[in-house]
Design a protein around this ligand. Structure first.
Ligand code: FE2
Ligand code: FE2
Ligand code: FE2
Ligand code: FE2
Length: 326
């Protein structure tokens, strides 16, 4: 007898997905903000502090990727149970100093542990051992995250240097409408990360099921497998893009957004995924060309070159999806 799954149960698992996506974005953006924090610390402390900032910056990125993998694992489980995995994220809380990052981390991880104890309990009650095991494993990792953040949460932040330095001439090109444009790229990357992660898990289920005819066994199911593998690779590249673009924004004293735009779309078949992803890459390419043009006009060489690299990779993604679009 298979496990008896209720909508409330799926909803509970989706709450876990929402918070995993939240912390993944939260930690990645905090990681990206680290360079900016280092520069704000007064010069006498910079050598001493750089080690701490580097260490925190490093594990924040590791955690960010780990959390997205948690999200993926839970999504996979939801699809296997016949539910539909959400693309909605809870709201990330970034902060402005190392201790704020750590405190927000402690809070997020504590919330996760409470929720996951509840899920482990609920899974046990309906004999859903596999879900229970998934969450027991994740629970252990969240506990490690919590301990790591606790180490830094009590730390006293280094005083910031005086903000008396006037804005140099060259920096006047970084206006708020320019940041708004760059943030469209951040939102597009977040959207792609969520969309591809979700579809990857749904595709891996499709790859196993739905083999109704011999032809489907060699075509449709293989296609789902191909798409699933493709999305896994691609999602990691989009994570790197999010990191680079948000790092640039923070370094220029802007604030990065943390909500996806466009809204991630999942679809139902391998062909749906391909069509949607093809379109997502198309939208990104058009937007990034516009950013390149704007950066060129303003003389922001660094941003322009960064987006030239990124747009090349988006084009690769576009063609890799294009190979399979019918
Ligand atoms: Fe997690
Ligand atoms: Fe965590
Ligand atoms: Fe990207
Ligand atoms: Fe892409």
């Amino acid at each position: 007898m298979s496990v008896k799954v209720t909508p409330e149960y799926i909803n509970l698992l989706n709450q876990a997905v929402s918070r995993e996506i939240q912390v993944s974005i939260q930690y990645m953006l905090q990681h990206a903000k680290m360079e900016k924090l280092i520069r704000k610390v007064i010069p006498e402390n910079i050598l001493l502090e750089k080690t701490t900032y580097d260490a925190v910056g490093k594990f924040l990125k590791e955690f960010a990727i780990q959390e997205m993998k948690h999200a993926a694992t839970i999504m996979e489980r939801i699809y296997y149970l016949g539910g539909s995995a959400t693309t909605k994220a809870d709201k990330p809380k970034i902060g402005n100093s190392l201790s704020e990052f750590a405190k927000n981390g402690v809070k997020a991880e504590e919330e996760a542990l409470v929720l996951y104890r509840k899920i482990i309990d609920a899974a046990g009650k309906i004999d859903d051992w596999e879900t229970r095991e998934v969450f027991e494993k994740i629970y252990g990792e969240e506990e490690q995250h919590l301990f790591k953040f606790q180490e830094y949460a009590a730390m006293k932040d280094e005083p910031e240097g005086p903000e008396t330095v006037p804005l140099s001439e060259w920096r006047k090109i970084f206006t708020s409408d320019y940041f708004a444009l760059l943030n469209k790229a951040v939102a597009a990357e977040i959207s792609a990360i969520i969309q591809y992660t979700n579809q990857h898990e749904k595709a891996s289920l499709l790859a196993l099921r739905g083999k109704n005819t011999a032809l489907e066994v060699i075509t449709e199911s293989n296609k789902a497998k191909v798409v699933s593998d493709l999305l896994k690779k691609t999602f990691l590249v989009e994570m790197e893009h999010l990191e680079k673009i948000s790092e640039r924004i923070y370094l220029l004293e802007g604030e990065a957004v943390f909500t996806p735009d466009p809204i991630p779309q999942v679809g139902n078949t391998a062909d749906d995924f391909l069509k949607l992803d093809h379109e997502a890459e198309n939208t990104a390419i058009v937007l990034y060309r516009k950013i390149i043009e704007e950066a060129l006009k303003r003389g922001d060489t660094q941003t322009r070159r960064m987006f030239e690299d990124i747009v090349m990779q988006e084009e690769e993604h576009y063609w890799s999806f294009d190979d399979f679009v019918r």
